[in-house]
Design a protein around this ligand. Structure first.
Ligand code: NAP
Length: 253
């Protein structure tokens, strides 16, 4: 038996970067729980579309390069126009650049901070404005990282951005919990996606990471399903400003 409060039937979820990796896994989980999906990003999410539609849900692609905030208001408008509303925003799109701190460039700083932090904030603002104007609440799920808690190495802008994601999750929760808008985060551990390809190709780093994960394996996108559905549903209505690590036990070490 499924608890009714986890049911997302009739809800519309906007997921950024849903063409691949964790965003695709989250979109599929929300669709399985009943939601229609708007996928915002720069790459056509045809595989995600096929899999969401196979579950019997509606799907819309909102094309948007999210390295600047120019498209954010239009993304919310297009979602509402195509799917009739907006209930859930998952800020998943993100990127990473690796270099020693001594050599880190402004370009690698701006590229990561733009999509990972600035766009996340202004897209949340656009969704928050939409809900405030409609006099109703909503759900925001931000994708944080282990580097919201830890320093990492050779990823200065990524660590800065993901530490910022956790701070913004708490700030927005403080401002919006009273309006019925839940803002929370998921902190994935080490997942096998294109984001971590370089780490997995490096035999020494790969072994060191695996040895430190109590579960003994890299995560796969479906591992995020439960946390994503929980934070998107009425089951989490009294959860605000929280971060759920889904990390195979990494933070417990
Ligand atoms: P991924 O497979 O590389 O997916 C990243 C997604 O973000 C893609 O859909 C990508 O679109 C989109 N994106 C990046 N820059 C964009 C831009 N400027 N405009 C529009 N879309 C953009 O990596 P992933 O691991 O699934 O990452 C998803 C999120 O999880 C990121 O926020 C990442 O930091 C976070 N995360 C990942 C891990 C992990 O271990 N993999 C751990 C913690 C957190 P394109 O396909 O068009 O590039």
């Amino acid at each position: 038996m499924t608890l009714p409060s986890f049911d997302l039937a009739g809800r519309v979820a906007l997921v950024t970067g849903a063409n691949t990796g964790l965003g695709q896994g989250i979109a599929l989980a929300l669709a399985e729980a009943g939601a229609d999906i708007a996928a915002a990003g720069r790459s056509a999410p045809e595989e995600t579309r096929a899999r969401v539609e196979a579950l019997g849900r509606r799907f819309a692609f909102v094309e948007a390069a999210l390295d600047t905030i120019a498209p954010v208001a239009g993304v919310v408008e297009a979602t509402v126009a195509q799917l009739g509303g907006l209930d859930i925003l998952v800020n998943n799109a993100g990127t990473i650049r690796r270099n020693d701190a001594l050599d880190f460039t402004e370009e690698d700083w701006d590229a990561v901070m733009g999509v990972n932090l600035k766009t996340l904030f202004f897209l949340s603002q656009a969704a928050g404005r939409h809900w405030a104007e409609a006099g109703r609440g909503g759900k925001i799920v931000n994708i944080a990282s282990m580097l919201s808690f830890q320093g990492g190495i050779r990823v200065a802008s990524y660590t800065a951005s993901k530490s910022g994601v956790l701070g913004l999750t708490r700030l927005l929760a403080n401002e919006w919990a009273g309006k019925g808008i839940s803002v929370n985060a998921i902190a994935p551990g080490y997942f096998a996606t294109s984001n971590t390809e370089a780490l997995r190709r490096d035999a020494d780093r790969n072994r060191a990471i695996l040895e430190r994960i109590p579960a003994g394996r890299w995560g796969v996108p479906a591992d995020l399903a439960g946390a994503a559905v929980f934070l998107s549903s009425a089951a989490s209505d009294y959860v605000h400003g929280a971060v759920v690590p889904v990390d195979g036990g990494w933070l417990a070490r």
